[in-house]
Write a protein that binds this ligand. Structure first.
Ligand SMILES: C[S@@+](CC[C@H](N)C(=O)[O-])C[C@H]1O[C@@H](n2cnc3c(N)ncnc32)[C@H](O)[C@@H]1O
Length: 216
């Protein structure tokens, strides 16, 4: 693993230099190994809830000769990771609902100095709605295409901001579909899912139409 795929590379691009990293749901631990090798990250906890993926991660770390800088650990979300161990926290490759639950259960997620790099595989709108409802702001958001699938990555911090966004915000976040082809492709995915849902509920048809207008 000398290169990350574009999905993990986009996650990596949001990690701040010199910050202690926690990678939640690390599986193969490619991301923390790459960031330590690149000199971005001084040390990391690579955590997973399941022993088998964690074993894979431990092997990758050992093969890279980084066992002194990356600790692998069993943890449900951030439950076994202290605030001192994690300044930048990556939660990638899980559903949006699960990512929202992990954030909700983290006692230090409202520490304004923390950065969360979130990459939902599904239901990004559920995640963004939960962030918006709970005072988290999207500092940056981007999209990429890997193996012909389009993904979004969010860089998030607690700001306590309570300004309410409109009904389209969970689908658009900070994306600019008029200016960026990957952003457009990601939002078009939402439009086609909403159009399918619209067969049972006219409110989804209206949302899809509004979203289309924001792309034109
Ligand atoms: C599809 S893999 C993603 C691996 C890597 N983060 C990536 O994006 O390529 C999802 C991983 O999350 C782990 N996972 C699921 N729920 C979790 C939880 N509550 N806490 C920590 N890890 C979890 C799974 O065991 C699995 O290894």
């Amino acid at each position: 693993m000398s290169q990350l795929d574009s999905r993990l590379a986009l996650c990596a691009s949001f990690v701040r230099e010199g910050k202690r990293l926690a990678d939640i749901g690390t599986d193969h631990a490619y991301l923390p190994v790459w960031l330590c090798r690149a000199g971005v990250t001084p040390c990391a906890v690579a955590a997973d809830i399941n022993p088998d993926p964690l074993r894979r991660g431990t092997e990758t770390v050992a093969n890279a000769g980084l066992s002194d800088r990356i600790e692998t650990r069993l943890s449900d979300g951030l439950k076994n990771i202290s605030s001192e161990e994690a300044e930048d926290i990556v939660i990638a490759g899980m559903g949006g609902e699960l990512i929202a639950r992990i954030l909700d259960e983290c006692p230090y997620s409202r520490d304004k100095s923390k950065r969360f790099i979130l990459q939902p595989m599904t239901k990004s709108e559920v995640l963004i709605r939960a962030l918006d409802d709970n005072g988290f702001s999207i500092l940056r958001q981007d999209c990429c295409v890997a193996a012909d699938k389009c993904y979004t990555v969010l860089n998030v911090a607690y700001t306590g901001e309570t300004t309410k966004h409109d009904a389209l915000y969970p689908y658009l976040g900070e994306l600019r579909p008029k200016e960026n082809a990957a952003h457009l492709r990601f939002v078009e995915g939402h439009i086609s899912r909403l159009q399918k849902q619209a067969k049972g509920d006219a409110r989804f048809a209206a949302l899809a139409e509004e979203l289309k207008k924001r792309c034109e």
